[in-house]
Design a protein around this ligand. Structure first.
Ligand SMILES: NC(=O)c1ccc[n+]([C@@H]2O[C@H](COP(=O)([O-])OP(=O)(O)OC[C@H]3O[C@@H](n4cnc5c(N)ncnc54)[C@H](O)[C@@H]3O)[C@@H](O)[C@H]2O)c1
Length: 388
């Protein structure tokens, strides 16, 4: 099929590759010239794939898939400007009968209220519409776009059938649900489930600390129960484009409708405050003051084995430590440099304290231990280090 994917970032480019591998002819459209030249420079252009910022290249395709950012604006509210622009673009480019799919994460109602509304303002032709939220998990070597079950729904039976037929060519397991709102809500609920459970174990870490016991040991003990329990690990907070943001999309929609979202809001708050909790712990370990203390944060990205710094709690802690007068450096062999600061090597006894925020697979733990007299480990995986 002739496909245009709007947005060639993390999700859009990964989808383009899978679609090409499945035999489709794909045009990847992006408004950011750096993204386009990055794809060209890395020779990621494959046969049957072309990356472009020219609207002329995406006219008259059979399938249009939206994979643009859905962040929060300055007031912490859903920012749908990218989604609106992408919809307008499709309105200008698509011709009658095309299948338009939204994969970007957004609140229930987005397909109808934003995508369809914006397209119909420009183009009165009949289109098929579906929502098929992406579930990709960066750095996950087991679950990919292909083998992660996909849920989707069209606005009518014809749209659902067309979307099912398309996704069956790229995914092993595709399920249609009864409406786009169900698909959109399921995606938000999955990530909210994670946000809430991470917040719960982050609270447990603080409770265990006061009790003088190890949260990791408590969680491991609880996880021996073979039913009714699912293991989550505490950490410095949550980051990335999904877990800190998607629940706010759900909460905002809930509150607009007069439904409660207290749990979701509270979970967000607990996770957001983790870097401040850790800051306090570090202060205690350094006898009450961080002034001029040399502190190394190990792992700057938001999760192991990725370079993505978006919403990373390590960056929040970095700033808080600087504001407290500490001399902060970082070690991250994947991120390598950030704001013109380069990753510092882990040489012996070079810091007053080393904090492990994220543990990439290739991290030399012996070097971490030797790098400072005090090691604080937010990952719960380094024996002998101070824990959350
Ligand atoms: N990254 C993930 O792990 C992940 C997982 C599942 C779902 N999602 C969702 O997928 C969507 C995309 O996320 P991402 O991580 O790929 O974001 P990203 O920032 O990596 O990529 C988005 C791309 O869209 C481009 N873009 C912005 N406006 C555009 C427009 N009007 N027309 C064309 N291109 C435009 C940007 O230049 C960027 O390259 C979001 O809704 C996100 O929540 C992301």
């Amino acid at each position: 099929m002739k496909i245009a994917i709007i947005g060639q970032g993390y999700v859009g480019l990964a989808l383009a590759k899978v679609a090409v591998e499945s035999g489709h002819n794909v045009i990847g459209f992006d408004t950011n010239l750096k993204v386009i030249s990055g794809i060209k420079d890395k020779n990621l252009e494959l046969p049957n794939y072309q990356v472009t910022n020219s609207e002329a290249d995406i006219t008259d395709k059979e399938v249009y898939i939206i994979a643009v950012p859905t962040p929060l604006d300055q007031n912490n509210l859903p920012d749908l400007s990218y989604l609106k622009q992408a919809s307008e673009l499709i309105g200008r480019a698509a011709t009658k009968g095309a299948l338009v799919i939204n994969e970007s994460t957004s609140y229930p109602g987005t397909l109808r209220e934003i995508v369809i509304t914006e397209i119909e303002k420009i183009n009165k032709s009949q289109f098929l519409y579906a929502s098929a939220p992406e579930r990709i998990d960066p750095a996950n070597t087991k679950w990919s776009i292909k083998n992660t079950p996909r849920i989707l729904a069209g606005i009518n039976a014809k749209s659902t059938i067309a979307a099912l037929e398309f996704y069956k060519t790229i995914c092993d397991d595709v399920t249609a649900v009864s409406s786009p709102e169900v698909a959109e809500s399921a995606k938000l609920f999955e990530n909210t489930f994670r946000q809430v459970n991470v917040a719960l174990v982050n609270e447990l870490a603080q409770i265990s600390n006061k009790l003088g016991i190890s949260a990791t040991e408590v969680i491991q003990a609880a996880a021996t129960k073979p039913f009714g329990f699912m293991k989550f690990n505490p950490g410095l907070g949550v980051g990335g484009h999904c877990i800190p943001i998607d629940p706010i999309y759900l909460a905002q929609k809930a509150e607009q409708l007069g439904a409660p979202a207290k749990f979701i809001r509270q979970a967000n708050l607990v996770n957001e405050q983790m870097p401040l909790y850790v800051l306090q712990k570090l202060k205690e370990l350094l006898n009450g003051s961080l002034q001029k203390k040399k502190i190394c944060i190990v792992g700057l990205s938001y999760k192991a084995d990725v370079s993505d710094l978006r919403q990373s709690p390590s960056l929040v802690l970095f700033k808080e430590l600087q504001n407290s007068g500490a001399n902060v450096v970082f070690h991250d062999e994947i991120v390598k440099d950030f704001n013109d600061i380069k990753s510092t090597p882990l040489t012996q006894n070079s810091f007053d304290l080393t904090l492990v925020a994220i543990r990439h697979s290739n991290l030399a733990v012996d070097k971490v231990i030797a790098s400072a007299p005090i090691v604080f480990d937010c990952t719960g995986s380094i024996t002998g280090a101070h824990q959350l």
